[in-house]
Design a protein. Structure first.
Length: 299
């Protein structure tokens, strides 16, 4: 069986749901996340449902409580969610490396098994950013085969960040020489992985448009036209997906419509019957995934 055929068999045999983990630094990708949430995923879901497919956006930007960030569980939650997404992953990078993870002693106090389960984390906790560890978790799942076609990476042109960084807005550029080196090393690591990388995207809309095209191509490859399930099969799969969402690892529940209570980039998000999104809790936390107060400080 070819790599592509194996991917199709793996997904189709289990579920017609695609859970996509979104990874990026925080403040400098507000606009991209807003476009994905209000334009890209609602449109793709409307089209995907014609083929009996559910597309779920897993965005933890607002999904970790203050307590979880402070007690060291934030990283554990992130890595578990990436695993639950069955390797469907979108990584976005700009000119900021992002905030560092909690010191290892703080993490181990909360989740001592995390290093036992992921030996590759040794020496990285407290030294690497959340964004790098999310990406590394996905690359570790690769198993030496970048042909699974489930991960996509997008590098925004650093020129887009320049006016904001020069104006002193925090979070748009990393200035620390060590963070700059880590950011460049991360870009090289991604490019060497063999996964598709789109570079030089000039603005958030260009990135959102390219992500939409790539995700639709993925749906067409995994669930071709003419292979839609019948009504009974759709109902059975819907119940199976719901059971998995209720019994899977972590606390994030899929398949529920909601009205987001936190504003993104200054704008609210209305409930959309075609938009499925994973988050935690009933209110926006007052701290971000990395434990820093909002907004994320400049690296």
């Amino acid at each position: 069986m070819t790599d592509s055929a194996q991917v199709n068999a793996d997904v189709s045999a289990v579920s017609r749901e695609i859970r996509v983990f979104l990874s990026s630094t925080f403040r400098d990708f507000n606009e991209e996340h807003k476009l994905l949430a209000t334009q890209v995923f609602p449109e793709l879901n409307r089209r995907a449902r014609e083929r009996g497919v559910e597309l779920v956006e897993v965005d933890l930007r607002w999904g970790v409580t203050q307590e979880q960030a402070e007690d060291g569980h934030a990283l554990e939650i992130c890595l578990q969610e990436i695993e639950r997404c069955r390797r469907f992953f979108i990584g976005m990078l700009g000119d900021s490396y992002g905030s560092l993870t909690s010191p290892e002693r703080q993490l181990l106090k909360a989740a001592q098994e995390i290093l036992e389960q992921r030996s590759w984390l040794e020496g990285m906790i407290g030294q690497a950013s959340y964004t790098e560890l999310e990406i590394e978790q996905r690359l570790q799942q690769m198993g030496g085969n970048a042909n699974d076609g489930r991960a996509f990476f997008y590098f925004r042109d650093p020129a887009y960040s320049t006016p904001r960084a020069d104006a002193g807005e925090p979070g748009w550029r990393s200035y620390d020489p060590s963070d700059r080196q880590k950011l460049e090393a991360l870009r090289r690591r991604i490019k060497a992985s063999g996964y598709p990388v789109v570079e030089g995207l000039p603005n958030p809309q260009a990135m959102a448009d390219r992500i939409k095209d790539d995700l639709w191509a993925l749906i067409e490859r995994l669930f071709p036209e003419g292979e839609q399930p019948d009504a009974l099969d759709k109902d059975a799969r819907k119940h199976a997906d719901y059971r998995r969402s209720r019994t899977g690892a972590g606390q994030y529940i899929g398949g529920e419509l909601h009205r987001a209570t936190g504003a993104i980039a200054g704008g609210g998000r209305a409930a959309d019957p075609d938009h499925r999104r994973i988050r935690s809790g009933q209110k926006r936390p007052d701290r971000q995934l990395d434990g820093t107060a909002q907004p994320e400080p400049s690296s």
